[in-house]
Design a protein around this ligand. Structure first.
Ligand SMILES: [Fe+2]
Ligand SMILES: [Fe+2]
Length: 174
């Protein structure tokens, strides 16, 4: 009778979950680069927003780490691919953030599909939190992108908008 609880996760899912740790850490580093760009531009509210996003992505990575540990599997950490450091404008930087969130949404969807295909319903259930989170993330960043486009060169209006944005703890799902 096997007693190794790591047998509860399917090998394909383990590989995908490990990969998602890297994907979330990549998103975290990309947000840090975007925050640094805004810091350099003298836009502290936007810098603060993206610093918070960076921390959030690291927390997402840690959720995957914890899940793998809970399921009896030691995570395997791989190196994080390069991020973009140069941005031509605020729109360009937020566009990069938007594209990153769409990419992560597709990664999560692929992982959900994989868990379903492998009949790994534990992983499937675990991933539902991320499915909901991605809707929130894509929605927030796409609205910010629209606001930046409306503001044109008046980035102080965007600073005001970001300052009034509810933080994660004030949000509906807090
Ligand atoms: Fe994330
Ligand atoms: Fe995100």
């Amino acid at each position: 009778m096997p007693t190794d609880i790591s047998l509860i996760l399917k090998p394909g899912c383990i590989e995908g979950l490990n990969q998602q740790i890297v994907n979330e850490m990549h998103a975290s580093l990309q947000y840090l680069a975007i925050a640094s760009y805004f810091d350099g531009e003298g836009l502290p509210e936007l810098a603060g927003h993206f610093n918070r996003q960076s921390n959030e992505e690291r927390e997402h990575a840690l959720k995957f780490v914890k899940y793998l540990h809970d399921a009896g599997t030691r995570p395997i950490f791989k190196s994080i691919p390069d991020v973009r450091n140069d941005f031509s404008s605020a729109t360009d930087a937020v566009q990069c953030a938007f594209e990153g969130e769409v990419k992560v949404t597709n990664q999560i969807n692929d992982l959900v599909g994989l868990s379903h295909k492998e009949n790994d319903y534990m992983t499937h259930t675990f991933l539902q939190w991320f499915v909901t989170e991605q809707l929130e993330e894509v929605s927030t960043v796409s609205t910010l992108l629209q606001v930046i486009k409306h503001a044109g060169p008046s980035l102080l209006l965007v600073e005001d908008y970001v300052r009034r944005m509810p933080t994660e703890t004030e949000g509906a799902d807090a």
